[in-house]
Design a protein around this ligand. Structure first.
Ligand SMILES: C[S@@+](CC[C@H](N)C(=O)[O-])C[C@H]1O[C@@H](n2cnc3c(N)ncnc32)[C@H](O)[C@@H]1O
Length: 381
């Protein structure tokens, strides 16, 4: 069963694992043009053992539907449903590709860690688009290619050996991991992947019969092929130079001046280890003004910023002082209030840098750069 089954949702540990649809924190990224509400119709597509029950538990006013192929995962979801009296949760066994047979539509669809396992991921995303309301949002997470280079090397090794998904072969996987040379590229991935601490996680990573991974460019192409509009990355901070490149360096200025999609691709290569990409898509017919905050005028000052960065993991010691405004003070900085920053610097900025670090006005981006908050994705693992 995967992911690891949670025995009780009402514990500090389970509660702290906020789901992507934490509407109180993430509403402005899905529907910044309207006031928050909780009574949403939510589909958790490929819910696994916990995710649908977690949504229903955390959002008692929402009507949550969980769909999965796996009967053992659904049995655990049903256990959580009974344990916590989740009358707002409905579970169905079936394929995402056949989701139209539910004869339902949804405001919000979470499809995390699932589409990359489908034989035809575009068909899966199209099927989800078919049950999405006209102004709805789909939150997608798929594997990132560069961060999983080592995973695919090991998958190939185990394929050569003819390993299958059984206990004896999991022992061989463990022995292989223990004996690999220290210089092997998989070690960096293993240091960031909590799933590898239990057998089902090892099977999912190394013995899965079907998975593929995406680059930034392939994510954009994926959304377009399914006829959907790409809204934004879940964690903008991973895909923009702010907070990662030194704002005083020419490198920063040159990267910032590139077209937005090139910036995303550059930052993916710069990061080097993004093992997943999380992003939102919607119907192509949904007006972009309903989900893109316009930072070129003053209206955005009416928004109340939300701190979504819950985990800061600098990968090297933070230098004492680089430049008072420079991004090199910390690799990942919590996003401060725009109003706060305005008071500090005397100017407001949309991209999380102080006025002195702004590139020439002509190269300023007009799209929102509020960081979204998917706790598990903050380091892009
Ligand atoms: C990695 S788990 C992710 C579970 C959950 N989304 C989460 O984030 O915890 C992938 C799940 O997708 C399910 N799955 C794979 N292909 C599917 C399909 N075609 N239709 C429905 N579920 C599928 C698997 O059974 C598994 O439970």
């Amino acid at each position: 069963m995967y992911p690891f089954p949670i025995a009780d949702l009402d514990t500090p540990d389970a509660r702290s694992k906020r789901d992507g649809g934490d509407f109180a924190r993430n509403w402005h990224t899905f529907w910044p043009d309207r006031p928050p509400r909780e009574d949403l119709d939510v589909l958790v597509a490929g819910c696994g053992s916990n995710a649908a029950a977690r949504y229903a538990f955390n959002h008692p006013q929402a009507r949550v539907t969980g769909v999965d192929l796996s009967s053992s995962s659904l049995t655990h979801e049903a256990y959580l449903k009974d344990k916590h009296h989740l009358r707002n949760l409905t579970l169905h066994q079936g394929r995402i590709e056949d989701v139209s047979s539910l004869d339902r539509d949804f405001d919000f669809i979470d499809v995390s860690g699932v589409l990359h396992h489908l034989p035809d991921p575009v068909a899966g995303l199209k099927a989800l688009g078919g049950v999405l309301r006209p102004d709805g949002t789909i939150a997608v997470m798929v594997y990132g290619q560069h961060g999983r280079t080592g995973v695919y090397m090991l998958q190939n090794m185990f394929r050569l050996m003819g390993l299958g998904q059984n206990e004896q072969d999991v022992v061989t996987v463990k022995q292989t991991l223990e004996s690999l040379p220290k210089r092997h590229v998989i070690h960096d991935y293993m240091s960031r992947a909590p799933d590898l601490k239990y057998d089902a996680g090892l099977v999912d990573s190394f013995l899965h019969r079907q998975d593929r991974a995406y680059t930034v460019a392939q994510c954009l192409e994926f959304a377009a092929q399914a006829g959907m509009s790409f809204m934004h990355w879940w964690e903008n901070i991973l895909y923009y130079p702010e907070g990662q490149l030194n704002a005083d360096h020419d490198l920063y200025k040159r990267v910032s001046a590139m077209p937005e999609e090139s910036i995303w691709q550059f930052m993916e290569l710069y990061n080097g280890t993004l093992g997943q990409h999380a992003f939102c898509v919607c119907h192509a017919s949904r007006p972009a003004t309903s989900y893109k905050i316009d930072f070129s005028a003053d209206a955005f000052m009416d928004y109340v910023p939300v701190l979504r960065c819950v985990q800061v993991k600098p990968d090297k010691p933070v230098p004492e002082t680089a430049s008072p405004s420079g991004a090199s003070r910390s690799r990942v900085r919590p996003i401060r209030s725009i109003r706060q920053r305005r008071r500090c610097s005397g100017r407001s900025t949309a991209r999380g840098r102080s006025a002195s670090a702004l590139p020439p006005a002509g190269s300023r981006a007009k799209t929102p750069r509020l960081s979204a908050g998917h706790p598990s994705a903050i380091s892009g693992d």
